[in-house]
Unconditional design. Structure first.
Lengths: 367, 293
């Protein structure tokens, strides 16, 4: 509840509500000068000291990013100081860039950001510096403006104690079958968050031939469970609904479920037909620290360091050369372990169609 | 007779305020400048944006999609319901407060102000803990066998009304209390001594005198309700979405700042109309005149 309050103090926006990390964990801002590094004057003078601002979704996720990447990076690059902000809000990137007053240098964004639609407000990634930019795993949609930093699972999770005897939901078809699996269903109230894809898979569309989405068919399928849907706006809510038993099956993100499982919730993930998606790093157009920002991104996405995050949270590295370095103790919790069962979103289709389909969604929600 | 007393009183109150205006007018300057710089100017910018980012066609969204007009309607309907609920709860509360001893009034006032000290999001979240299907109320009701299915207390208009009323109640209680305290406590006994039964004395004497407070509180609550976002989002269903949710959708998800600004301008315009009509019925002097005494 503390963290919810903090979010409120910062002025609540939709984005803050939307993302998985925004509502948990400790305060994060690394105070300038908090890391008392001792650098000989001569060496410090040789490389100008630069303060970078890193922005992410907060919570356990940003804590993990700090421990896995930012702290070690500052240690090995004494001239770089990284301060942090949270949570990410795309409208702030746009506002900063348009006002030519950019204070965010490296921003962690979801799969719905950083393609053609946003090219006016982002810098192209310097692929000479960011060496893995073209080496992401299959299914990862990098663009000239973004590079993936994590893979996570968009999953269905269910209450093990509220399933009919001897049965568990095996895929999205069962998510929509409220007769066999009674109870309410948690879904993210965000049109490109997965709900249309879930509906189409449940309705029998071949999971690898989802796009272009048959939007009307998806809404018709969603109509069949509309009364059973409990909408959520934040990742914290998605997990809380399951932990409380408000829903018996819910759409969530694997890191969130991992969290409540650790706290003892009787909740399990069905990895079959889980969607695999990514977060990405972007650099707002207008930053004064392009070179340093690209170098930091290169570090976070490198073969050597990309997997370090998995030691702190159940998210996987998006690069083949890093997969083998992922934390072996989290193997069963990492989305990449279930690659063969995984489905993928088509971020490019969404990039072109988001606005139109979202209008339909807003209308459908209220009808 | 009683009405005349009150009117005369509030008039003197106003006149007294009016006389001193010239001398103290300068004191208002910092506040005015602050508002102009940090509210007026951004508001103007937003108004401009609604027409030129990219074009006045931003306003066409109300024609293109039925969602926006419908959501405006929901917004006003919700504001009306919440205002009514606040009057029903706030009026008796303020009455007791105004008739209680000083210490009791202080305690009641403290209780009504208490929610101000908690963040809105925390209070709203706390309500979900009480109202949801597996929440405190439904669990207790099912445990003692009053119902075997959870009652629908959340994700509907009831949930929204409960949450918003809780947050806005102080804005109703305080203006009503301010007016009630200034009503001469001898008036009702006087009416009774002339043969009025208690209810008639209340209805014909006390109630009309207290109405300015009710109107002021209702106007405050109504206007504040129009801008609510987080409470209806958490305690209501998509059918209860307020217009602010669609503004956020345009700004943060669609990144259409101009369209968001256009919706906001329409909301502002409608709110100003409510204020304009409302202030014809509300003598704010009757509320703020309290300070002169």
């Amino acid at each position: 509840m503390d963290d919810m309050e903090r979010v409120n103090e910062q002025g609540l926006t939709r984005r803050e509500l939307l993302k998985r990390g925004a509502l948990t964990g400790a305060g994060l801002v690394v105070a300038p000068g908090a890391l008392g590094y001792a650098v000989p004057r001569a060496a410090a003078a040789a490389e100008k000291s630069v303060t970078l601002t890193f922005v992410s979704f907060g919570g356990a996720y940003q804590v993990a990013q700090t421990k896995a990447w930012l702290d070690p990076y500052m240690k090995s690059h004494p001239n770089i100081k990284i301060v942090q902000d949270q949570p990410v809000d795309y409208s702030k990137i746009k506002a900063q860039s348009q006002a030519h007053n950019v204070t965010w240098d490296v921003v962690d964004v979801g799969n719905d950001f950083g393609l053609e639609r946003n090219k006016d407000i982002l810098l192209p990634i310097d692929t000479k510096v960011v060496k893995n930019a073209h080496k992401a795993l299959p299914g990862v949609i990098n663009s000239p403006y973004r590079v993936a930093d994590i893979i996570y699972g968009v999953v269905m999770a269910y209450r093990t104690d509220k399933m009919p005897p001897g049965r568990v939901p095996r895929g999205w078809h069962d998510f929509f079958d409220t007769n066999t699996f009674p109870g309410k269903r948690g879904l993210w109230k965000f049109v490109s968050g997965g709900l249309l894809e879930f509906a189409l898979v449940a309705d029998g569309v071949h999971p690898h031939k989802l796009y272009p989405l048959d939007v009307n068919r998806a809404f018709n399928k969603l109509d069949t469970i509309k009364k059973a849907i409990v909408w959520w706006d934040t990742g914290a809510q998605s997990a809380q609904l399951l932990a409380d038993g408000e829903v018996t099956i819910g759409h969530s993100w694997n890191g969130r479920i991992f969290d409540i499982q650790k706290q003892g919730a009787k909740v399990k993930i069905q990895w079959n037909q889980a969607f695999q998606t990514q977060d990405f790093l972007v650099v707002p157009k207008g930053t004064k620290h392009t070179k340093e920002a690209m170098k930091l991104i290169d570090y976070m996405t490198s073969c050597a360091h990309s997997a370090a995050l998995s030691r702190f949270i159940a998210y996987a590295p998006p690069y083949r050369c890093a997969i083998s370095r992922a934390d072996p103790t989290k193997k069963k919790d990492l989305p990449t372990t279930y690659n063969k069962k995984a489905l993928f979103f088509n971020d490019r289709w969404w990039d072109k169609n988001f606005s139109k389909v979202d209008k339909k969604f807003q209308n459908w929600l209220q009808s | 007779m009683a009405g005349a007393v009150a009117v005369r009183r509030s008039r003197t109150g106003l006149r007294r305020g009016g006389l001193s205006v010239n001398r103290w007018a300068l004191l208002v300057l910092p506040g005015v400048l602050f508002l102009l710089a940090f509210f007026g100017y951004p508001l103007l910018q937003m108004a401009i944006k609604s027409f030129n980012d990219p074009s006045p066609a931003n306003y066409k969204i109300f024609v293109d999609s039925p969602v926006y007009a419908r959501t405006l309607e929901t917004t006003f309907k919700t504001a009306f319901i919440v205002t009514a609920a606040c009057v029903l709860l706030g009026y008796p509360y303020a009455y007791v407060m105004s008739r209680a001893g000083l210490r009791a009034a202080a305690v009641l006032g403290f209780l009504v102000l208490l929610p101000f000290w908690l963040s809105l999001l925390v209070r709203t979240y706390a309500w979900t803990v009480w109202l949801q299907d597996t929440g405190v109320i439904n669990t207790v009701l099912q445990d003692i066998g009053i119902t075997n299915h959870p009652l629908g207390l959340i994700r509907n208009t009831l949930g929204v009304t409960i949450g918003m009323t809780h947050i806005l109640l102080p804005f109703m209680v305080l203006p009503i209390y301010a007016v009630m305290r200034r009503i001469d406590p001898e008036l009702t006994p006087a009416a009774a001594s002339l043969g009025a039964p208690p209810f008639a004395a209340f209805r014909k004497v006390f109630l009309p005198l207290s109405l300015p407070g009710v109107c002021a509180g209702a106007l405050l609550v109504f206007v504040l309700s129009l801008g609510f976002y987080i409470t209806p989002a958490l305690l209501g269903s998509p059918q209860n979405a307020m217009i602010s949710e669609l503004i956020v959708n345009q700004v943060s998800e669609q990144l259409q700042f101009g369209v968001g600004a256009a919706i906001a301008m329409v909301l502002l315009g409608l709110t100003l109309i409510v204020l304009f009509v409302g202030t014809r019925f509300v003598r704010f002097g009757a509320v703020t005149g309290e300070l002169d005494e």
